[in-house]
Design a protein around this ligand. Structure first.
Ligand SMILES: Cc1ncc(COP(=O)(O)O)c(C=O)c1O
Length: 466
């Protein structure tokens, strides 16, 4: 027997993402830190906190929702199998059962002030699946595509978008209001001048991962105007819409509420529910012009893509997700904010501990350090203004070995085109996350306090501040 060696000279291998690199290096670094008698301080992982992802309450909600559905079917014999249960374990179609989509359309639409058509809500495998579906629509024609995105941007988007070797990333800088609308226009035009098809601009406008801030409403409007004038879509990845620390929740609205015909909205149940069941939806009211100039809805394209890729969605995970959208008496919730509040109590507290700790430890050295105060999400972008410090893998690995502090360097979130223009971009920044610790309750608070103190001490030492 001989092994198969396919000849695939055209295939480029993918570089490892910065977050996966850190995750891979962590066990070894952990050992070194332990040998040095150090506790590991988590300020790197972007995972939901275990205290708010305890599946027990999720299982209880599911059970009471299933009891409600059983009662609704009016079965007299307890041994008889309810239809909903049979359906939950059977093949369904690509759209999945209609119930979860209708419930979601009602409650999400009401929270964000838009009318959602449940018939256009396509289930996805989390937001990751939504990104994959959207990219694959534009891969079909085999054209050279340009994806416009922020610098820095979500690593998962870069990983999926660049699987397509015909795709080129054109990135745009951001300031504290959001992405630069003039740069968006320029990059669309640059890409077109280079013969590329420009379908959309991808962003995470609320609780940006990794940039640690939210776009202002004014900036969203400006970006929408450019997208409209240049005739492209805005792909809005919205995992942190409800992980929102703003007291006025109506102050900032998502792109989908501002212009559903221009936006492709990616919802995920990972942060407001649990990440494991992999529930998500892609929603858009956009129209696209296809072969022979025919206008069709983008949903139609997404759906045919999904029926090729997924074909049968998982009805059970959608049905269990629906339990989160229902009250105890089985009626649809009026809002998802009370559900979010169960998570926000932990994240709000974590955010205050980390931001408060940074102010206490480094507030007197603002000339050396700067950090964002996120209105939403899990992350703060931390900047080191010191010419001798270069935040690369060696530096962040050293933080684990010397101080037990785990953070993620920012440079890896910058698309290559941006690094070519500005080779030092991101090498003065790291991503601090306040979402995750291994402990709960008072131990969580203590761990996060200790982590922030250790981080501040590490920063001062590395920058030679006594
Ligand atoms: C911006 C962004 N998009 C997508 C995801 C992945 O979400 P999901 O679990 O829904 O695939 C994350 C998770 O961290 C994220 O931060």
């Amino acid at each position: 027997m001989s092994s198969t060696t396919l000849n695939l000279p055209g295939i480029r291998t993918q570089p490892t993402s910065v977050t996966r690199k850190m995750a891979a290096a962590l066990p070894g670094l952990r050992e070194i830190a332990a040998r040095n008698g150090l506790k590991i301080h988590h300020l790197g992982a972007g995972y939901p906190h275990p205290e708010v992802t305890n599946p027990r309450s999720f299982i209880e909600r599911t059970e009471s929702w299933f009891e409600h559905l059983t009662r609704q079917e009016g079965l007299n014999d307890p041994k008889e199998l309810p239809t909903f249960l049979r359906d939950a374990y059977a093949y369904t179609d690509t759209m999945g059962p209609v119930g979860p989509r209708e419930s979601f359309a009602n409650v999400y639409g009401s929270d964000w002030g838009l009318q959602i058509d449940a018939g256009k809500l396509i289930p996805t495998i989390g937001a990751t699946g939504g990104i994959a579906l959207l990219c694959s629509v534009f891969e079909r024609i085999g054209a050279d595509v340009a994806y416009i995105t922020d610098a820095p941007t979500y690593a998962g988007f870069l990983a999926r978008a660049t699987l397509n070797q015909q795709a080129t990333i054109y990135s745009i800088p951001m300031d504290r209001e959001g992405a630069d609308p003039d740069a968006l226009r320029t990059q669309i035009r640059n890409a077109r001048a280079e013969g590329k098809l420009v379908p959309f601009y991808y962003t995470v406008p609320d609780g940006h991962n990794p940039a640690g801030f939210s776009f202002s409403m004014t900036r969203k409007q400006e970006l929408l105007r450019v997208a409209e004038e240049e005739n492209i879509l805005i792909a809005e990845d919205a995992p942190y819409l409800y992980i929102n620390y703003n007291s006025d929740r109506k102050a900032n609205r998502p792109f989908i509420a501002l212009d559903p015909e221009r936006t492709v909205h990616l919802f995920t149940g990972s942060k407001i529910g649990l990440p494991g069941p992999r529930v998500g939806f892609v929603y858009s009211e956009a129209t696209v012009s296809v072969e022979n100039g025919a206008d069709i809805s983008l949903t139609e394209l997404l759906l045919s893509e999904s029926s090729g890729a997924i074909l049968f969605h998982n009805p059970l995970s959608l049905l269990t997700f629906e339990a989160l959208l229902r009250n105890d008496d089985g009626t649809v919730r009026e809002s998802l904010w009370p559900l979010a509040e169960e998570k926000l109590q932990v994240y709000r507290e974590n955010r205050e501990i980390v931001l408060g700790g940074l102010t206490e430890g480094l507030g007197g050295h603002r000339d050396h350090f700067d950090w964002t105060e996120p209105e939403a999400g899990f992350f703060s972008a931390f900047t080191i203004r010191n010419p001798v410090v270069r935040v690369d893998d060696t530096f962040t690995n050293g933080l684990v070995e010397k101080y037990g502090v785990v953070v993620v360097p920012m440079y890896g979130f910058y698309p290559n085109d941006f690094l070519q223009r500005s080779p030092n971009a991101g090498f003065d920044q790291l991503r601090l996350s306040f979402c995750f610790t291994e402990s709960a309750g008072e131990d969580r608070r203590r761990d996060l306090r200790e982590a922030t103190t250790a981080f501040c001490e590490a920063m001062k030492k590395e920058c030679g501040i006594s």
